[in-house]
Design a protein around this ligand. Structure first.
Ligand code: SAM
Ligand code: SF4
Length: 336
């Protein structure tokens, strides 16, 4: 079994299927875009399936597909079916921006996908366009409806909170859970990739971070009762508005409990294992698989690099947002 040097059992593999995306979210990609990796550098479905099979032998039980945007990868239901059929894999889930979900929710569910997390930071169509640099929120609404239709429950909505961008909408977003069986999770902005100036009208890098403590304050008018997270143990602290159909979660990647209960390994689209989102340490599992070697050793090697914590200081409210220039990959390239 995969147990790291700090006694954490690793049961969850997060796989980035592509570094490509059909949106350009401000906090995820630089404005000039990213030079996509050539196709031959990206893991094939058969390579991914081999890695998951080896991981399952070592104790991985849950797999999440992410990106970039995983739905832009062709024939995704085929991969979902292959992974869901691997002995030991109990759940395959997906994180998506939802834009292409309307057409894909049903075939993905039929292939064995259990649930989806959909990213949505605002309810305002213009602001959505601004944040995603051109996206159309209508596609996301249709994607959410299709996910419900396909029974991809629980449906979680991931909202990255950015001061001065969507920090005024938190109450409205939380109140969506009154009538919808959705689980809104407010996520602190993370210092990944370049933290450049987004241009006129946007908050400066030093002002963007909005802590979970502040999110709680913004929701102070709601009576939030602690409750179970819909997926059991996860990074979110979960609450419910009395009689609401859904829940409201808080994810503080910069907070301590996040690392202490971390149960995950990551696989980048170009075949590198990463044991921590914030660590540059990578193990080249693609090279091993292409040399025909066994990959178990690489999984164990990646496990050995798993740090106790990410070492990023939890900034007190409103302090300078701690961008780390050594983190060269953008979030879309690691697989958030
Ligand atoms: N494209 C898919 C999506 O947007 O859901 C999957 C990949 S995206 C990198 C995964 C998640 O990372 C999204 O929920 C996104 O909002 C989040 N994310 C991206 N950059 C982030 C940042 N700097 N801080 C916090 N979350 C971030
Ligand atoms: Fe694309 Fe997701 Fe990054 Fe937005 S957050 S640019 S949708 S990968």
């Amino acid at each position: 079994m995969l147990v790291d040097s700090f006694g954490r059992s690793i049961t969850y593999l997060r796989i980035s299927l592509t570094d490509r995306c059909n949106l350009r979210c401000l906090y995820c990609m630089p404005p000039q875009g990213i030079i996509w990796k050539p196709v031959e550098e990206i893991l094939s479905y058969s390579e991914i399936t081999k890695i998951v099979a080896a991981s399952a032998q070592l104790g991985i039980r849950r797999v999440r597909l992410t990106g970039g945007e995983p739905l832009v990868r062709r024939d995704l239901p085929e991969l979902v079916h292959s992974i869901a059929s691997i002995s030991g894999i109990e759940e395959v889930s997906l994180t998506t921006n939802g834009v292409l979900l309307e057409r894909l929710a049903k075939p993905l569910a039929e292939a064995g996908l259990k649930r989806v997390n959909i990213s949505l930071d605002t309810l305002d169509a213009n602001k959505f366009k601004q944040i995603t640099r051109g996206g159309d929120i209508e596609y996301v609404w249709r994607g959410i409806a299709a996910a419900e239709e396909a029974n991809l429950f629980p449906i979680k909505i991931n909202t990255v909170v950015v001061r001065g961008l969507n920090s005024d909408e938190l109450l409205t977003l939380a109140c969506l859970t009154l009538d919808h069986n959705w689980h809104i999770r407010f996520i602190e902005l993370m210092p990944i990739g370049e933290q450049q100036d987004w241009g006129p009208g946007f908050p400066l890098p030093s002002h963007r971070y909005f802590s979970v403590k502040e999110i709680h304050q913004a929701l102070a008018s709601l009576v939030l009762k602690p409750t179970e997270s819909p997926e059991g143990n996860g990074p979110s602290r979960t609450y419910q508005i009395p009689r609401a159909r859904g829940t409201v979660g808080f994810i503080s990647p910069l907070g301590e409990h996040f690392c202490a209960s971390c149960n995950r390994l990551r696989l980048t689209a170009d075949g590198k294992l990463r044991s921590c989102l914030f660590s540059e340490a990578e193990v080249d599992i693609k090279a091993s698989i292409r040399r025909g070697e066994s990959v178990e050793g690489q999984l164990l090697k990646a496990l050995a690099t798993k740090p106790k914590g990410h070492g990023i200081i939890n900034p007190s409210d409103n302090l300078i947002y701690p961008a780390d220039p050594t983190l060269a990959r953008s979030m879309s390239q690691i697989g958030g």
